[in-house]
Design a protein around this ligand. Structure first.
Ligand code: ATP
Ligand code: MG
Length: 523
């Protein structure tokens, strides 16, 4: 295959080799690769006409759409950096991100026009608000802007090191950080290793149909969409995640592969129980971004009967760096609990706090080195230095270990690790034990201040409807399954756990009230 050096050339190349094929479909609208090439030229020329300079950021506040991908790749052709904003954030948080990236242009989806009106005064750098669908009388709309300029290729030179997108982290452990990902970061993932080295599930064919079901403000949406375009496959774009519609897409669009987070799989499988669906074309279901409950994975494998692939990665690594292929999804196998092995071109290491490599089966910080490590965080030099280090090894902030064969086992976020009486306790392990209780719906485990032990283990549990249980039941149940020092000392009950849009439990929200006025030591 050809070696591309930037994603703008990827668009041109696909127009040349697959011009008549459908690049993506959105709510009945189809766009061929040849049309996509011209549409992105229009976007680039429109941005240049608006006075946006190379290297500047533009922001997008909207749900998934075909227009988003035109803006993303069109911006790249003008060497302008797209920064998609999480639309679930509150007004002041949106204002913070848009201001932080000094975007002169903000694209707004129809659902967020009122919100932007409300925060407009807090956006001093925004010279143009442009609506993507429908209009607001005081602002320009996208189609008018696009049609006012030429569709000729602006031919702005792009280097592999130029930033392709500024994608904010999910904000699970703190405020979202803007990870700057370069063209080379993306292309490394698809171009590293030869075809023979590539795992079977990661080989795309031109008749693959991929569903972009996760939000584009996360790597699982934008990165996944770009991967499909790279492979010349057809992408079906879902405006937002809706489990009923996902099943409709399986039938109507013949989806062959998709990526979902475990929380989304839970909804889809629940829908499936109520309805017969033809998913005979589905080849691979890829999942990751948070731990998956064993029972959920088992049910999905039984129901969907396709290849399952677990992915591990982060925004800062341009997405997937580790994968567990379908052939390792075998009940009873130790590897079933692993996140898999490094992809071609990716190195992994487990480090101690001083940065020394640890041998197999010792738990430490997961670190990675590859051409897909981000360039840095926007405007956060200290966090960048801490994460990227000076040795090319990106510190993931996740704890885990590797076995002798290079399979990676993820324990938890280092920031969430509980130190009680000098012992390290990973909440995910305790949560998993508690969730084996038949009456428990979900559980979160945190460390709270304790005079004697430093921290004490506390579980916050959501029971299944109509299933009362006492704290003592839960504690006794856990004690039989995990070591005494890991067993919760106390249990609280809640109606639902706080989660972010990726379905990740926000343990810091549960923990903070207990630590008010106290200093929690984090390694
Ligand atoms: P923030 O960095 O703002 O706190 P975040 O880390 O959740 O948010 P992302 O970059 O979207 O933001 O998520 C990456 C993290 O997701 C990883 O560091 C890891 O903790 C978790 N993760 C990813 N894949 C898996 C997986 N397969 N199993 C368990 N956890 C995973
Ligand atoms: Mg993170």
């Amino acid at each position: 295959p050809e070696q591309l050096t930037n994603l703008a050339d990827m668009v041109r190349e696909r127009a040349r080799t697959r011009g008549n094929a459908i690049a993506y479909e959105f709510e009945g609208r189809q766009t061929s690769f040849a049309e996509f090439d011209v549409k992105t030229n229009h976007v680039a020329n429109a941005l240049i006409a608006l006075g946006v300079k190379p290297g500047e950021r533009i922001a997008y506040l909207g749900k998934n759409s075909d227009i988003y991908f035109e803006l993303l790749l069109g911006a790249m052709k003008a060497k302008v950096v797209m920064a998609p904003v999480n639309w679930r954030l509150a007004g002041p948080e949106v204002a913070f991100i848009v201001s932080d990236c000094k975007a002169p242009v903000l694209f707004v989806g129809p659902e967020f026009i009122t919100q932007v009106r409300n925060i407009k005064a807090q956006l001093p750098d925004v010279r143009h608000v442009i609506t993507t669908e429908g209009g607001a009388p005081e602002w320009q709309d996208f189609i008018t802007c696009r049609d006012a300029v030429s569709g000729d290729d602006p031919k702005v030179p792009i280097s592999p090191k130029d930033i392709a997108i500024q994608l904010y982290t999910s904000g699970t452990t703190g405020k979202p950080k803007g990870a700057m990902l370069s063209h080379a970061n993306f292309l490394n993932l698809v171009q590293a290793g030869n075809e023979a080295e590539k795992p079977e599930w990661n080989k795309w064919s031109s008749d693959d149909v991929s569903l972009v079901a996760m939000p584009i403000f996360h790597i699982g949406g934008s990165g996944w969409g770009v991967m499909g375009l790279y492979h010349g496959a057809k992408g079906v774009i879902a405006r937002e995640f809706d489990p009923t519609k996902v099943l409709d897409f399986f039938e109507q669009s013949g989806i062959t592969k998709l990526f979902m987070v475990p929380a989304a799989m839970q909804f889809v499988v629940r829908q499936r129980r109520a309805r017969q669906v033809d998913f005979s074309r589905l080849k691979y279901m890829l999942y990751g971004a948070s731990p998956i409950p064993a029972a959920l994975l088992k049910e999905c494998i039984e129901v969907f009967k396709c290849g399952f692939v677990q992915l591990y990665g982060m925004t800062e690594t341009t997405g997937t760096i580790v994968a567990l292929p379908p052939e390792d999804h075998i009940e009873g196998l130790e590897r079933m609990r692993s996140a898999g092995k490094a992809l071609p071109g990716v190195e992994l290491a487990i480090l101690d706090p001083d940065g020394n490599r640890l041998p197999p089966r010792q738990v430490g910080e997961i670190a990675t080195r590859s051409g897909s490590n981000m360039v840095g965080y926007w405007n956060l030099p200290n966090a960048t230095a801490k994460t990227l280090g000076s040795d090319g090894w990106l510190r993931t902030g996740d704890a885990g270990y590797m076995d002798e064969d290079g399979y990676l086992y993820i324990h938890d976020r280092i920031k969430d690790m509980i130190i009680s009486g000098g012992e390290n306790i990973y909440p995910a392990e305790v949560e998993s034990a508690i969730c084996d209780h038949p009456d428990v719906a979900e559980a979160a485990v945190i460390g709270i201040p304790d005079d004697k032990w430093g921290e004490a283990v506390k579980a916050i549990v959501v029971m299944k409807p109509g299933k009362p249980a006492t704290a003592t039941d839960i504690i006794n149940f856990a004690r039989e399954r995990i070591a005494g020092f890991k067993t919760p000392k106390s249990v609280d009950f809640m109606e639902a756990l706080p989660r972010n849009p990726s379905g990740k439990i926000l343990r810091r929200n549960l923990r903070d009230p207990y630590w008010a006025g106290k200093d929690r030591q984090v390694n």
